[in-house]
Design a protein around this ligand. Structure first.
Ligand SMILES: Cc1ncc(COP(=O)(O)O)c(C=O)c1O
Length: 330
């Protein structure tokens, strides 16, 4: 990636002069089977643009209750876009089509908010890297289209889902109107996300990107060159990341002091719930950090472990050993 960045043709992306940005957007559009794509600085900005462009101020947005777009983007949907959240508690991060229909049609005292967008997350981060299958997305899109509502996928880790199901990204996102892909997670690029959708949608997003201050990244081709390497070469790595997370999850489950939830592990995220809270998650995470293993605290009694290209098979064995010894001290 560094080599590609060092030799990248780079220009002014806003005028379409930057060959690397152009190539990256074309590749992302092709991979997702959408007409066009837009290179933006972050996944959060890609989601914000999708919300801003699909929905109209005053609309409600339906998304899963623990979705990134509702919890981890500082309420940008409300602060910037004037939208209201309609959270739906999913199972393994998946809202059922029936729940979505109910949320669309729900009425209180003769009032029914207008739904401007349905947002899915694939894979679902807080649910533990769970996959939304293409059949499920299609069923949701069928409900959405019956009410004329677009569907956006926060696909920050959609390539992990594609690797998990051994299918093309385009097959996973075919029923959606737009999808946001992060280049910076397992794909390991230093910068950027891609928002993909119809040509008309992306054209409107381009205007909104300027309004958000994100369209004039000078020499963006330097970043786009890394993104091209990521999209072209990192797919097999994500399959390895998924496999290693599965080994990690199975082995930690067998240690018998906590549960991997949800079980089984579907992609590269492993959520470990500590049985009966015998050790607060923060203390557990600190003890692991002292032994050289970095995990994130997810709730008071659960931690999140993620595999990526820096985590080898040997690292997985080492982590299992360290978790085992921390657990045995209780
Ligand atoms: C599911 C999901 N969507 C969006 C994002 C936001 O991506 P970024 O950090 O590039 O803004 C993240 C980041 O962790 C994420 O997990």
């Amino acid at each position: 990636m560094w080599d590609a960045m060092a030799s990248a043709p780079a220009g002014w992306p806003h005028g379409g002069e930057d060959a690397s940005v152009h190539a990256l957007q074309a590749l992302a559009a092709e991979m997702t089977g959408k007409q066009a794509a837009l290179f933006v600085p972050t996944g959060t900005m890609a989601n914000l643009l999708a919300l801003m462009t699909h929905a109209t101020r005053g609309d409600q947005v339906i998304a899963e209750a623990s979705s990134h777009v509702f919890w981890s983007e500082e309420w940008g949907y409300a602060y910037v876009c004037g939208l209201a959240p309609r959270p739906v508690e999913g199972t393994r991060g998946r809202m059922s089509p029936e729940q979505i229909r109910d949320a669309i049609t729900e009425e209180h005292l003769g009032h029914r908010p207008h739904t401007g967008l349905i947002c899915l997350e694939n894979t679902h981060n807080m649910a533990g890297g769970t996959i939304v299958t293409p059949e499920h997305t299609r069923a949701v899109a069928d409900v959405a289209s019956a009410y004329g509502i677009p569907v956006h996928i926060d696909g920050a880790r959609i390539l992990n889902a594609a690797a998990g199901l051994e299918m093309a990204v385009s097959a996973l996102v075919g029923a959606s109107d737009s999808v946001a892909i992060s280049l910076t997670k397992g794909l390991s690029a230093p910068y950027g996300s891609l928002l993909c959708g119809s040509a008309d949608f992306i054209e409107r997003c381009t205007v909104n990107l300027k309004r958000l201050g994100g369209s004039s990244v000078h020499k963006a081709g330097i970043y786009a060159a890394a993104g091209l390497v990521a999209l072209r070469t990192m797919g097999p790595q994500l399959a390895d990341d998924n496999r290693r997370a599965s080994v990690l999850g199975r082995s930690v489950q067998e240690l018998g002091f906590g549960a991997i939830q949800p079980w089984p592990v579907e992609t590269n995220i492993v959520v470990l719930s500590i049985d009966g809270g015998w050790l607060p998650a923060r203390t557990f995470a600190r003890r692991l950090a002292d032994a050289g293993v970095k995990v994130s605290v997810r709730t008071d009694d659960s931690v999140r472990l993620v595999t990526h290209r820096h985590i080898t098979d040997q690292d997985v064995d080492r982590v299992i050993g360290i978790i085992g010894s921390v657990a045995s001290t209780h």
